[in-house]
Write a protein that binds this ligand. Structure first.
Ligand SMILES: *Cc1c(COP(=O)(O)O)cnc(C)c1O
Length: 824
């Protein structure tokens, strides 16, 4: 469904500069995701942190011809002769307007879902329940924001029979815009989240804001047993029919009569429109049951019969939101996206793969199953798949399933292979020959891609460190929110990114355009370069022996002493290098490394001015105690000293020298001292250095129970008979020891891990590769997961027990522990 550029101009009320004809099929807001330049309309969004107008030259060069802007580039007719610029006051509003107009073209049921939790699950399950019967267009993944919702609504096309969209808000005032775009005919409120987290007035306000989605809907679905929702809903006179549900109120339109849980199934008996019926679903947790109720109401309302509902409910599949990156066999990297298989989520996964830089340009392979999508011509669907794959750099496609096999002519990828099943693929030579490739696995659940990913993964020790890449980005944005748009950021990824793994973290940060990455030694920088990192890299502790490496790999050293300075100048001169950027460190109180601001400045400036091999790119110092108010006076003195000396240095040069002193704690505590740049370390990895609280959890260290045994009272566990057993106890062995970074001082009941959410103390001495824990009274078995630290057991609990800082625990996780990266 395309629009002519004239039509778009009218719909968004823009003024057009440029006269070329164009048909618009795709909307782009993130230049990195460009796929079909000719048919793309780019919206140059302006946010606190970024300005889409900066990407116009690059996009034009890559073939984009149509732009929505708030400022038309000067000299546009000369610079961009082929382009159309649609000028509006606010590009974000224009995007929303366009989506609204798209929405207006549809006279079909549109489900809008809001609520604190469960939106995505409800949306995905509705898709599973409705798509056998209707052509459903839904938000991809959790595209539910002010930008995500318009992009989702834009995906509706001529075939769409039902739309299902999430609406998520992060601050008051946002729901109005989302309602205007979605214009739900059926509005759903899943729940209000944890009411205990906030005071009553606040939660009521939150409820009112969410209920803005209900204003013009024909049908309203909500849980009437929630007192706040029930109360707030009476404040308005909504015209829509109220299809609320309740477990208490027999008169409720949807009365949940009882919920019966068995081992793996739950049966929900309900009375809807006076008729009793039931359905079963293959889940037993509370959230799933509640979400299924909401889905049942929507489905019944849309004409699914109770019998069919029951059949489809029994087939419900879990909603996996994760996209995992793992090291595979034979030099391969696996990107495993178990999210439902459909073309929009395929596109997002392909985009993710394409945007990860790769060393030596390993080829990109897509293993794809038949896509379950009713209502679409298969040949057209797979032609679109083929287009996307080619545009996103896929050079090998392995199709699994009868439909793809039949449609193989539609696939134009250079190398292509087709198999009826995963098993047939695994037995083939094509599988055996996978080498040095980046492989995206994208399969509908019924094809059993799990067995495939298990075979492709490197077999590792059961202990892994899971790293949440979204959380890294959220933390980055959290700290960016303290800073002005113009302030630059150095992200510290020394010590293998505080244990999280420097390469993948660097790829993520580079994708989010941080200005500098900082590593400790040259070799760390080399590894990054060899893995495709092109961002600026600072080396904090350059060794005298590594200068040539620095020059070869464009790594910018910190310079902290005259000895280092002399050696570096000499080495650069020998190579015939001029103006090599370096970063000058001043010692304002740490007394670790750095020039003395009181006594060294004149000599330093003199020396720098009398050579042209190197050039100071930045000057910086480091706070001793920005994490504690106790040192505020000292920090102030450090800052004053730095301010004075760094200005002195700047005054001696024409070019701008970036000044920086704030680290993570400093960014929060002294945003007024942000200067030109800040250095973000621990905060990026999710720890708020000011209070040791977790911001967004990044790393989770996990293992599994190897063996369990009953140990009698009076007996002992482990080396040197340290673990005395007082009462008969169930003891489990887990494959993690001090060689993995599990500190020995946690042993002998000083620390604990979590087994199925419950505390299990370490018993006896922790061994090199194994530890024993007390699981008496905990419902668990061999093979169950154990959390050493992570989401439920913050790393700061361990560091407190060990009387150390979280840095030490995080960086202590040894290299032999496999890192697994994922993205929600
Ligand atoms: C490690 C380091 C940082 C980062 O400190 P955090 O407290 O982790 O934010 C900043 N500056 C320098 C010089 C560092 O060595």
């Amino acid at each position: 469904m395309t629009y002519s550029i004239e039509k778009v101009t009218t719909l968004i009320g823009a003024r057009r500069y440029g006269t070329k004809n164009a048909q618009i099929g795709f909307i782009l807001t993130d230049s990195r995701s460009l796929c079909f330049p000719e048919e793309t309309l780019f919206f140059a969004l302006v946010t606190d942190r970024n300005n889409g107008h900066h990407y116009i030259p690059e996009l034009y060069q890559r073939g984009v011809r149509n732009f929505v802007v708030s400022a038309v580039p000067v000299g546009y007719d000369k610079l961009y002769p082929e382009a159309n610029f649609l000028k509006v006051v606010d590009t974000r509003k224009a995007l929303q307007r366009l989506a609204e107009r798209r929405r207006d073209e549809f006279d079909i049921p549109i489900v809008g879902i809001t609520g604190s939790n469960g939106k995505t699950m409800v949306k995905e399950w509705l898709y599973q329940l409705l798509s056998p019967q209707f052509y459903v267009t839904r938000s991809p993944r959790s595209y539910n924001s002010q930008i995500g919702v318009p992009l989702s609504v834009w995906l509706m096309n001529e075939q769409t029979q039902v739309g299902v969209f999430e609406a998520g808000i992060s601050k008051p005032g946002e729901m109005n815009a989302l309602r205007d775009i979605i214009q739900p005919t059926i509005a759903v409120l899943t729940n209000l989240g944890d009411a205990h987290q906030e005071n009553f007035g606040l939660i009521e306000d939150k409820c009112r804001e969410k209920l803005i989605l209900f204003h013009d809907a024909e049908t309203l679905i909500y849980p009437a047993d929630d007192e706040i929702i029930s109360k707030v809903i009476t404040e308005y006179d909504y015209p829509g029919e109220r299809l609320y549900w309740s477990m208490k109120d027999k008169e409720a339109p949807f009365f949940v009569k009882f919920v019966e849980k068995k081992e793996t199934m739950t049966t929900v008996t309900y009375i809807y429109k006076g008729k009793e019926d039931w359905y079963s679903l293959p889940f037993i947790d509370e959230a799933s049951v509640v979400n299924s109720i909401v889905c049942a109401i929507v489905s019944l309302h849309l004409g699914v019969t109770p019998d069919v509902l029951d059949q489809r409910m029994q087939q419900l599949e879990p909603v996996a939101m994760r996209l995992e990156v793992k090291e595979g066999q034979h030099g391969c990297t696996l990107i495993n996206d178990s999210y439902n298989s459909d073309i929009n989520s395929l596109d997002i996964a392909l985009d993710f793969m394409n945007r990860r830089p790769d060393h030596q340009g390993r080829s990109r392979t897509l293993v794809l199953s038949d896509i379950d999508q009713s209502g679409r011509e298969a040949s057209e669907l797979y032609r679109e798949v083929s287009n996307l794959a080619v545009k996103r750099g896929v050079t090998k496609l392995i199709g699994i399933g009868p439909q793809l096999t039949e449609q193989q002519d539609a696939i134009k990828v250079t190398q292509k292979y087709f198999f009826p099943t995963v098993e047939a693929f695994i037995k083939s030579g094509v599988f055996q020959a996978l080498r040095d490739e980046v492989i995206l696995l994208k399969g509908a659940r019924r094809f059993g891609f799990d067995s495939l990913s298990e075979l492709l993964e490197q077999k590792v020790h059961e202990t892994i460190l899971e790293v949440n890449l979204n959380a890294v980005v959220d933390n980055l944005n959290h700290f960016r929110s303290f800073l002005k748009q113009s302030t630059k950021l150095v992200c510290m990824i020394k010590a293998d990114a505080y244990g999280a793994g420097a390469v993948e973290i660097a790829k993520t940060l580079q994708d989010h355009r941080v200005d500098y990455l900082a590593v400790a030694v040259a070799d760390e920088g080399v590894t990054l370069r060899k893995n495709g990192i092109t961002a600026n890299i600072m080396v904090m502790n350059p060794e005298m022996s590594s200068f040539k490496t620095l020059f070869d790999y464009d790594l910018e050293p910190e310079v902290y002493s005259f000895r280092l300075l002399e050696a570096l100048v000499k080495a650069a001169e020998k190579e015939g290098i001029t103006d090599y950027p370096v970063h000058i460190k001043l010692d304002t109180g740490m007394h670790r490394l750095g020039f003395d601001p009181n006594n060294d400045m004149e000599r330093l400036i003199e020396r720098l001015k009398h050579q042209d091999a190197i050039i100071p790119r930045s000057v910086f110092s480091h706070f001793v105690g920005s994490d504690s108010d106790d040192f505020d006076d000292f920090s102030a003195r450090q800052f004053a000293l730095f301010d004075m000396a760094s200005k002195q240095l700047q005054a001696a040069f024409q070019h701008k020298i970036l000044r920086h002193i704030d680290n993570s704690a400093g960014i929060e505590h002294f945003p007024e001292r942000q200067l030109d740049m800040c250095r973000l370390g621990l905060g990026l990895y999710g720890i708020d250095p000011r209070n040791n609280q977790v911001i967004n959890h990044v790393s989770t260290l996990k293992t599994t129970i190897l063996q369990m045994r009953m140990v009698k009272a009076g007996d002992t566990v482990g080396y040197s008979r340290k673990g005395k057993i007082e009462h008969d106890s169930m003891i489990a062995a887990i494959p993690i020891g001090y060689a993995d970074g599990l500190n020995r001082r946690l042993g002998n009941r000083h620390g604990y891990c979590l087994v199925n959410g419950q505390r299990a103390y370490y018993v006896g001495n922790i061994c090199m590769d194994v530890a024993m824990i007390d699981v008496t009274g905990i419902d668990c078995k061999e093979g169950d997961q154990v959390e050493i630290f992570g989401d439920h057991l913050p790393v700061t609990v361990l560091s407190d027990t060990l009387e150390t800082i979280p840095y030490e625990v995080l960086t202590g996780v040894s290299n032999r522990v496999k890192r697994v990266y994922y993205q929600d």
